[in-house]
Design a protein around this ligand. Structure first.
Ligand code: G3H
Ligand code: 13P
Ligand code: ZN
Length: 332
């Protein structure tokens, strides 16, 4: 049994309180490997931003939960070594059972998500409540994120072809019964790099897909129901067209890519949205830079020579998000 405090980590409680009053959102970046973790920490130290390091079920399978936990401990020391101690949260992304949440809590995670959004309402309430009771009764309080409403897109163990927007009429009851610390809602974002079908979009003069706007009316209604309660947005990559073009220039194929425009995320970050999840944009940046090296330097076979430039690009991307999209820069 490891407590997150022994690893130098913090939960989301005070961070969300500050983000709510400061009108910004915390970055929640997924990581699976060392280069991603280093880039996240470099960017967050440089921009003086608090950060949530996110581990999905797939990341646990790929990299091993204990290794990821120790990387989070390393991240705390790395930030210190870089000269600025930022608050770091280690968060389970899309936990789909009580057991996985319990396992992560006992391993040293400071925050978990229990995603019961695909279950009938009462089952979602019961499962989320059970996780909250366990997490909140730990010696060091572990924060819990629940979800109401379903995002389209596919994650490892949680998938849905169609999204169902969050029903604002359910949120008071859900938060009251479960005692969650934050709530993920569905207002039109979705996971992955193709967030909308082309027929749901328009095209600009260059033929680039323009997505339909997020449902800010639902967000506002949710805020009215539970004023001051921390809201989370999943599926919030912007899918920068430059990376898509770069990947295609160097031999990839990513048909009909479209993400959430940055201005809309900036607007959301100024509301009760306190946490914004970003994974796909990092994947795109890494893939673009690795492909570039492979095509331009066909004789290169030292992984550091293609993972290094990918890491540098990732750092630039994350710093940009903190400064210009989430507003978390300068808040650590
Ligand atoms: O929400 C899902 C994240 O992008 C994690 O993706 O399950 O493929 O690691 P993954
Ligand atoms: P993206 O696929 O938009 O990056 O969303 C990531 C996410 O929601 C992780 O939980
Ligand atoms: Zn998600």
């Amino acid at each position: 049994m490891t407590s997150y405090k022994d690893l130098g980590l913090v939960n989301t409680k005070d961070l969300f309180k500050k983000a709510m009053s400061g009108k910004y959102a915390l970055p929640a970046y997924n990581f699976n490997n060392m280069e991603q973790m280093q880039a996240i920490i470099q960017a967050c130290v440089e921009t003086k931003s608090p950060v949530i390091l996110q581990v999905s079920a797939g990341a646990r399978k790929y990299a091993n939960q204990n290794i990821l936990k120790n990387m989070a401990r390393g991240a705390v020391e790395y930030a210190h070594e870089l000269g600025y101690d930022i608050p770091i949260v280690l968060h389970l992304d899309h936990g789909d059972s009580f057991e996985i949440c319990k396992d992560c809590i006992e391993t040293g995670f400071s925050s978990v998500m229990i995603d019961g959004s695909h279950f009938p309402y009462d089952e979602n309430v019961a499962l989320t409540k059970k996780v909250c009771e366990f997490a909140h009764s730990q010696k060091d309080y572990v924060t819990v994120e629940g979800e109401l409403g379903v995002l389209a897109g596919v994650e490892d163990d949680v998938s849905a072809e169609h999204s169902h927007y969050t029903q604002p009429s359910e949120v008071i009851d859900f938060v009251g019964k479960t005692k969650v610390d934050s709530l993920a809602i569905s207002i039109g974002t979705s996971h992955g790099r193709a967030k909308f079908k082309p027929e749901q979009c328009t095209r600009n003069a260059d033929g680039i897909l323009i997505p339909p706007p997020l449902r800010f009316d639902i967000l506002e209604e949710v805020e009215k129901q539970i004023p001051g309660f921390p809201i989370v947005l999943h599926g919030s990559s912007s899918v920068p067209i430059e990376y898509v073009h770069m990947i295609e220039k160097y031999g990839g194929k990513l048909t009909d890519s479209v993400g959430i425009p940055e201005e809309q995320l900036r607007k959301a970050a100024k509301s009760a949205v306190c946490k914004i999840n970003i994974d796909s944009d990092g994947r795109l940046a890494m893939t673009a830079l690795i492909r570039k090296v492979f095509i331009e330097k066909p004789d290169e076979f030292d992984p550091r020579k293609y993972l290094g430039p990918a890491r540098d690009e990732l750092k630039k991307l994350y710093a940009h998000k903190n400064q210009n999209v989430l507003g978390s820069a300068g808040q650590a």
